[in-house]
Design a protein around this ligand. Structure first.
Ligand SMILES: Cc1ncc(COP(=O)(O)O)c(C=O)c1O
Length: 309
């Protein structure tokens, strides 16, 4: 999988930033590839290479009804010539929602499982059962996080990003944060904004870092106060912020991940939590396809239109 659009750093200007003597920019990973956007490009890259090296012709993965990972895996698999199977949480899930309709269009075979089975998806009996049903496959975990995903996300930062002192990313399963942490420079601080409710994420990230032997030369700071009620939950302040951000900067943010990250960082700027002369880089991890699902679920229109081929 090649990136046809090198990620671009978009500098963002605002009088508050000037007042506080700060610089802010967005790393537009949402533009890294026309079909496989954001962190998903980096998470899937080495996994699909590995699937090919192992001689597999089918990729199987898991996700919820509006999952960015399902959307990206369907597109990337088709592009790379793999058959793809998506195991979707919830037997009652609407298979016509924009995410799943797109995955189907990209050739993904969808199988809906009840929430109890879904919870057990990493256990041997469930995986054996899937093998009985579908034959041999290359398994990519939910959210795409594994060793090869971390190898991929450790390539997000580059010499271009070395001028920044503070970086920010949303956290779901943690693979993106760990890859970024592995490639931080000693003077850089990475702020991870959890989109899930609860402090458990700190322990989970420690466990993952130990498991995948990730060490960082920089500082990693986890923020757990910006979940807006939990995963895929939202409040009107978040939607207002996304609208405002679009108006000010013409950068689309999604309500599940990048909107929460953007909100958190802007709050911290307002509250003087960055030292003067900090250079802040927000990492746009993509996920804009989820905005269609958000509107489908809530009826709330977002200010930008997002169409994927
Ligand atoms: C758009 C977007 N941003 C951020 C994340 C969080 O990434 P991770 O699961 O690696 O923490 C996800 C989920 O994978 C995502 O879809």
């Amino acid at each position: 999988m090649d990136s046809s659009y090198p990620p671009r750093i978009q500098h963002l200007y605002h009088e508050l930033l000037e007042q506080k003597k700060l610089e802010m920019a967005m790393l537009r990973l949402d533009k890294v590839h026309p079909l496989v956007s954001g962190n998903k490009f980096f998470k899937l890259k080495y996994n699909l290479q590995q699937a090919r090296n192992e001689g597999k012709s089918t990729v199987l993965t898991f996700g919820g009804a509006f999952s960015n990972h399902i959307h990206a895996t369907a597109a990337a698999s088709q592009m790379e010539g793999f058959k793809s199977i998506g195991i979707i949480r919830g037997e009652d899930t609407d298979s016509k929602n924009p995410t799943l309709a797109y995955a189907k269009e990209k050739g993904m075979e969808l199988h809906f499982v009840d929430r109890n089975t879904y919870r057990e998806k990493n256990t041997l009996p469930v995986i054996e059962d899937l093998k009985q049903k579908f034959g041999d496959f290359y398994l990519i975990p939910e959210g795409g996080t594994n060793q090869l995903a971390i190898q991929g996300t450790s390539e997000i930062l580059s010499s271009e990003t070395s001028a920044f002192t503070h970086l920010a990313t949303p956290i779901g399963t943690g693979g993106t944060l760990l890859g970024l942490a592995a490639s931080l420079l000693p003077y850089q601080t990475l702020l991870g904004i959890s989109v899930l409710k609860g402090e458990f994420i700190r322990q989970e990230l420690d466990n993952l870092a130990a498991h995948y032997q990730v060490q960082s030369k920089g500082q990693v700071q986890i923020e757990t106060q910006f979940h807006f009620g939990g995963y895929a939950k939202w409040k009107s302040e978040l939607i207002e912020f996304i609208r405002w951000f679009w108006k000010e900067f013409q950068v689309p943010l999604d309500p599940i991940y990048t909107g929460k990250m953007g909100y958190a960082i802007w709050e911290k700027i307002k509250n003087d939590e960055f030292p003067p002369h900090a250079k802040i880089l927000l990492i746009h991890t993509g996920g804009l396809q989820g905005s269609q699902g958000f509107t489908h679920r809530t009826g709330i229109e977002l200010p930008y239109s997002f169409k994927v081929k």
